[in-house]
Design a protein around this ligand. Structure first.
Ligand SMILES: *[C@@H]1O[C@H](CO)[C@@H](O)[C@H](O)[C@H]1NC(C)=O
Ligand SMILES: *[C@@H]1O[C@H](CO)[C@@H](O)[C@H](O)[C@H]1NC(C)=O
Ligand SMILES: *[C@@H]1O[C@H](CO)[C@@H](O)[C@H](O)[C@H]1NC(C)=O
Ligand SMILES: *[C@@H]1O[C@H](CO)[C@@H](O)[C@H](O)[C@H]1NC(C)=O
Ligand SMILES: *[C@@H]1O[C@H](CO)[C@@H](O)[C@H](O)[C@H]1NC(C)=O
Ligand SMILES: *[C@@H]1O[C@H](CO)[C@@H](O)[C@H](O)[C@H]1NC(C)=O
Ligand SMILES: *[C@@H]1O[C@H](CO)[C@@H](O)[C@H](O)[C@H]1NC(C)=O
Ligand SMILES: *[C@@H]1O[C@H](CO)[C@@H](O)[C@H](O)[C@H]1NC(C)=O
Ligand SMILES: *[C@@H]1O[C@H](CO)[C@@H](O)[C@H](O)[C@H]1NC(C)=O
Ligand SMILES: *[C@@H]1O[C@H](CO)[C@@H](O)[C@H](O)[C@H]1NC(C)=O
Length: 497
């Protein structure tokens, strides 16, 4: 890890030396009804893991029982302490001038063991206070129902692979809708199903880290889509009118660029496996999983000796039930990858060997400060255009976009990232007629970055995690974002090449 750190520092130094101020600003501006916000999620910021009746979730469980699962062996027991400091968080939001704040509800604060009876009054009260505090400052709440912190007891029943999840998730959501739908305008059912199912059940990147790729991930996806649809119907039939609200789902999507023109089919297959898997059943005209997915997984399954496809099938009633269950496409976007075809050479069962492509980087793309993702603003524009063309021109809310920094308050790299990605958004709106309605900067503050612990900082505010008070300090990106929101135009930023 130390050798890596040195390489990282070198790369950052190189990046900084390459930065020059851009000369010519684009002339596009954001309309007055375009919304700007910033986001967090419960486990990443709240802390208070066992206070006020909260129960244990899969992240409490994995970090307490397998500390080495996390890069720095840390956990979210205290995190940014937002459970106690939410009023200060609201004043930070007020100072930036955001139109909305995207946060998530911790399921085990409401239902400590996941079983939907007897909701915890202190949990309900916490989010009432947060919502009322935001509204008092004219900040619109955007509420995510599920951001990865499944009740541990439900995980012990199989979590998202057990179809019982549909009922428990729906009843949990009903409680939130009962209590908050008079005031919440934007609802997101589930954040990044790919991370939940493919990386949590298929791989070991996130809790519960089951490592059953090509099996558990597909069961998870199947139940997750049904759960999402059930909550959407509940909302649409019973709660929407209370506050003329809208509800959608947030999907994570990189842009997958063919590494040569001959690789377009492989690139499109990758987009379908990584995004269409979730988006096609909800946003396409015909619904259901994409044909290419059914064919690839079906053929592989039979070659491997399975008596039927590892991908569960929806009935035609289920296809109808899921189709159309989102008022908007919530998009979490961070980066771009190159793709080439890569036929399987053995009968291993996994998502990657069902997909049969390789995803890699162009070495001439600038890397982020963590050496994790490439910074490729035009990838966002291409992705937005692809979503428009593939899924019937949906309303798009960009529900996450951001990059880590290398420490300190002079986060030039984040200013460049936001500046260049927001220009790509303006081009998509003005030149490609993509219906983007809002933008969310991830994140309001440095927080618990899952498997990377506190090592990766995505915040526009810095948080001192050594100080029991967890003081927040604005970085340079706060003033950049503030001006951008006030002026509706992307100001000058250091360029990356
Ligand atoms: C912006 O507009 C000005 C004058 O209208 C023009 O000179 C300039 O080239 C434009 N900039 C871009 C990036 O198109
Ligand atoms: C909560 O957890 C902390 C450790 O993070 C422990 O010290 C404390 O006793 C626990 N409190 C309760 C009420 O269980
Ligand atoms: C909050 O939800 C619970 C469970 O559905 C319900 O018993 C309670 O009445 C709700 N409170 C309000 C104010 O709607
Ligand atoms: C409800 O919200 C939509 C936008 O989502 C808006 O077009 C419509 O005018 C609103 N209706 C009412 C009654 O406020
Ligand atoms: C990598 O990026 C360079 C510079 O933008 C470009 O010229 C080249 O075509 C790219 N290669 C691939 C495989 O996309
Ligand atoms: C899947 O199998 C069918 C029937 O054998 C075949 O026609 C098709 O080409 C195969 N598709 C792929 C992607 O291998
Ligand atoms: C949502 O409700 C409206 C009005 O009741 C209905 O027309 C529409 O079909 C519903 N949407 C879905 C996806 O069921
Ligand atoms: C099967 O092939 C994949 C690449 O397609 C490789 O990563 C994996 O190690 C191979 N597994 C075995 C057991 O050979
Ligand atoms: C963080 O807090 C610790 C403990 O209060 C303090 O010693 C340290 O100087 C602080 N770091 C910064 C960068 O302010
Ligand atoms: C944006 O507004 C701020 C004041 O909020 C001003 O200082 C700044 O120069 C403006 N930037 C642009 C690019 O217009």
């Amino acid at each position: 890890m130390e050798a890596n750190n040195n390489a990282l520092l070198l790369r950052i130094a190189l990046l900084i030396s390459l930065m020059t101020y851009r000369e010519c600003a684009s002339n596009y501006t954001f309309s007055s009804d375009f919304l700007f916000g910033t986001a967090t999620s419960a486990y990443q910021v709240e802390g208070a893991w066992n206070e006020s009746g909260k129960g244990e979730n899969v992240w409490d469980f994995i970090t307490h029982n397998t500390p080495e699962f996390v890069y720095d062996e840390s956990n979210g027991d205290i995190a940014c302490d937002s459970y106690h400091k939410y009023e200060e968080d609201i004043s930070l939001l007020k100072d930036i001038g955001v139109n909305f704040y995207r946060f998530s509800v911790s399921w085990t604060r409401i239902y400590p063991n996941g079983y939907p009876y007897n909701p915890n009054a202190e949990g309900i009260a916490y989010y009432n206070n947060l919502i009322d505090g935001l509204l008092a400052q004219n900040i619109t709440p955007m509420l995510t129902i599920y951001h990865w912190d499944l009740p541990q007891r439900l995980q012990e029943l199989g979590g998202w692979t057990n179809s019982y999840i549909v009922e428990s998730f729906t009843e949990y959501a009903r409680t939130l809708l009962e209590n908050y739908s008079d005031r919440v305008k934007y609802w997101i059912t589930i954040n990044e199903p790919y991370s939940i199912c493919n990386e949590g059940y298929g791989e070991v990147a996130y809790a519960p880290a089951l490592d059953m790729s090509g099996r558990a991930d597909y069961l998870c996806i199947h139940n997750l889509l049904k759960s999402h649809a059930a909550v959407y119907h509940l909302f649409n039939n019973t709660y929407r009118a209370r506050n003329n609200a809208t509800m959608g789902i947030s999907l994570s999507a990189a842009w997958y660029e063919p590494s040569s023109p001959e690789e377009e089919e492989a690139a499109e297959r990758t987009r379908q496996f990584r995004v269409g898997f979730y988006a096609n059943p909800i946003f396409s005209t015909d619904g259901d999983y994409p044909q290419v997915i059914k064919e690839y997984i079906g053929n592989r399954s039979s070659a491997q000796g399975f008596t039927k496809s590892r991908l569960p099938q929806f009935t035609s009633d289920e296809i109808d039930y899921i189709r159309g269950t989102s008022d908007f496409f919530g998009l979490n976007h961070y980066t771009t990858k190159l793709v080439r075809n890569s036929p399987a050479t053995n009968n291993t069962v996994s998502f990657e060997s069902d997909l049969q492509t390789e995803q890699f980087l162009n070495s001439s793309w600038p890397m982020d400060a963590a050496g994790r993702d490439a910074i490729v603003p035009w990838g966002l524009r291409k992705l937005l255009t692809w979503i428009k063309n593939t899924f019937n021109n949906p309303i798009i809310h960009i529900t996450e976009n951001g990059t880590p920094d290398s420490g300190g308050l002079e986060d030039n790299i984040r200013v460049s990232y936001y500046g260049s990605y927001l220009e790509a958004v303006l081009e998509a709106i003005n030149e490609d007629n993509v219906d983007v309605r809002s933008y969310t900067a991830w994140s309001l503050m440095d927080n618990y970055e899952w498997k990377y612990g506190y090592a990766y900082r995505y915040g526009i505010h810095s948080v001192n995690f050594s100080d029991p008070d967890r003081p927040r300090t604005p970085k340079l990106s706060v003033s950049f974002y503030k001006d951008l929101i006030a002026n509706r135009t992307v100001g000058d930023y250091p360029s990356l090449s």
